[in-house]
Unconditional design. Structure first.
Length: 183
């Protein structure tokens, strides 16, 4: 082992996968790319980290809802474009060729090309840290997506993708909450 620069420490812990968060207010839909998030429990409660520098932040605070969409690696270029483009200047859905679908319980749209979309209600905002804590209230899954791998940000402009599925379900089954098995 050798000493490293602590400023790079987070690149080893950067959570994944990268997600696209949609919001809607005043007849306008937008998307932001988020790589800092965490699942807080099995209910699910999900936290994302963002702040007032992101146009969607205030929209989500005002509407208290969003959709967290999980893209496959085939959408990496769209995710980068979304994350580096201002929604006040560009319709990110159109620019990235993404299809809006209506959600059932929130105004924010689903993204048809994503692997999954989770409709969410904001439960708590920790403004000082830009932490938004949501409760997932609806799940949409897209089994038609051919690309099933997600991608994860390293925080330095590079990404890595999921690889081989390692199945240890038999050993862990008694700890897996009912209804949580994906495949």
């Amino acid at each position: 082992m050798q000493h490293g620069d602590i400023r790079r420490g987070f690149t080893y812990l950067e959570p994944g996968p990268v997600v696209l968060v949609t919001s809607s207010s005043d007849g306008r839909d937008d998307i932001m790319t988020i790589s800092w998030h965490m699942v807080m429990d099995f209910t699910p409660h999900i936290a994302i980290s963002t702040g007032p520098w992101n146009e969607s932040y205030q929209r989500i605070l005002d509407t208290r809802e969003c959709v967290i969409c999980v893209p496959g690696v085939d959408l990496i270029d769209a995710a980068v474009t979304i994350g580096t483009t201002s929604g006040s200047r560009v319709d990110k859905f159109r620019a990235c060729g993404l299809t809006k679908l209506p959600a059932e319980r929130v105004r924010a749209p689903l993204i048809a090309e994503c692997l999954a979309c989770i409709e969410c209600r904001l439960e708590e905002a920790v403004d000082r840290r830009g932490l938004l804590i949501f409760r997932g209230i609806g799940l949409w899954e897209n089994p038609a997506c051919r690309e099933r791998r997600t991608f994860h940000a390293n925080g330095d402009g590079t990404f890595f993708t999921d690889g081989e599925l390692l199945n240890r379900r038999r050993q862990m089954l008694k700890w897996v909450p009912e209804g949580c098995i994906r495949f």
